[in-house]
Design a protein around this ligand. Structure first.
Ligand SMILES: Nc1ncnc2c1ncn2[C@@H]1O[C@H](COP(=O)(O)OP(=O)(O)OP(=O)(O)O)[C@@H](O)[C@H]1O
Ligand SMILES: Nc1ccn([C@H]2C[C@H](O)[C@@H](COP(=O)(O)O)O2)c(=O)n1
Length: 226
């Protein structure tokens, strides 16, 4: 039997729009690999913090950018992230890493390093891959078969995140999301942006199941050549 042509799907958008949940589910449903590029930027940030690199000094970050070995596992049922052989899936989600990741990921040498890893993983995905992040459609995989840009109101995103953080204050969560999005959108190198040819999906009033169904349909239509 002939196997389906590998399909490359890029899913971008601001924080809390549902990129990870949607991408994982779509990849699992369609038998594709899955890559969380935010986890890679968090992993390199975790390494910088743990190795005493001054996060306020872009030249120090640039000089260290090539040092850590970052390895991502791309099974959507059990994605993994290791730095120098250490499982950092938990530590990269701390408040400290979240507050520093935008500064580290703005450094061009960091982006060049991580982008190379991303392209290599996408190229080696046998059945195709769903890659989620901020600059996948614009910079990392500009020739992706399908580009999706997820959005949602800051209020919806803050409510989702507060629920996840067991009742964290919605107002401060909203402010923190807006601040991180502003930093990610205004950096010089490959900022958070919608690619011209991306399909925008506003998830504010959609359930996660509806968003997943919408994206699966878009991938299937693309595969069918519609
Ligand atoms: N359409 C939706 N309706 C309700 N909750 C949702 C929806 N989409 C995602 N969620 C929930 O919102 C939270 C954030 O989702 P997720 O982590 O997938 O977003 P993200 O865009 O990847 O965020 P980040 O970029 O910050 O990692 C999760 O708890 C998820 O279950
Ligand atoms: N393609 C990407 C993915 C992520 N980042 C940076 C900016 C985000 O604030 C941070 C963490 O991402 P998250 O785990 O919240 O998805 O990583 C980026 O610059 N480019």
């Amino acid at each position: 039997m002939e196997s389906a042509t590998p399909v490359i799907v890029a899913i971008d958008g601001p924080s809390g729009t549902g990129k990870s949940s949607t991408s994982k589910a779509v990849a699992a449903q369609l038998g594709l690999s899955y890559l969380d590029t935010g986890a890679q930027y968090r992993a390199i940030t975790w390494w910088m913090v743990n190795n005493g690199i001054d996060i306020d000094d872009p030249s120090a970050i640039a000089a260290a950018a090539g040092k850590p070995e970052i390895v991502s596992g791309t099974d959507p049922q059990a994605p993994t992230i290791f730095v120098d052989g250490v499982d950092v899936a938990g530590p990269i989600r701390t408040q400290e890493v979240t507050s520093k990741v935008s500064a580290v990921s703005a450094v061009p040498e960091v982006r060049a390093r991580i982008t190379e890893l991303q392209r290599s993983l996408a190229a080696s995905a046998e059945h195709g891959i769903v890659v989620e992040g901020r600059d996948i459609g614009t910079t990392v995989l500009p020739d992706a078969d399908l580009k999706i840009f997820l959005t949602a109101s800051p209020e919806a995103r803050a409510a989702r995140r507060s629920g996840e953080l067991k009742g964290a204050d919605v107002h401060s969560t909203r402010e923190a999301l807006i601040k991180r999005d502003a930093a990610d959108s205004s950096r010089k190198t490959s900022p958070l942006a919608k690619a011209d040819d991306a399909v925008e999906v506003d998830t504010t009033d959609l359930t996660l199941a509806q968003v997943i169904e919408c994206v699966v349909t878009l991938v299937e239509e693309k595969r069918a050549g519609k």
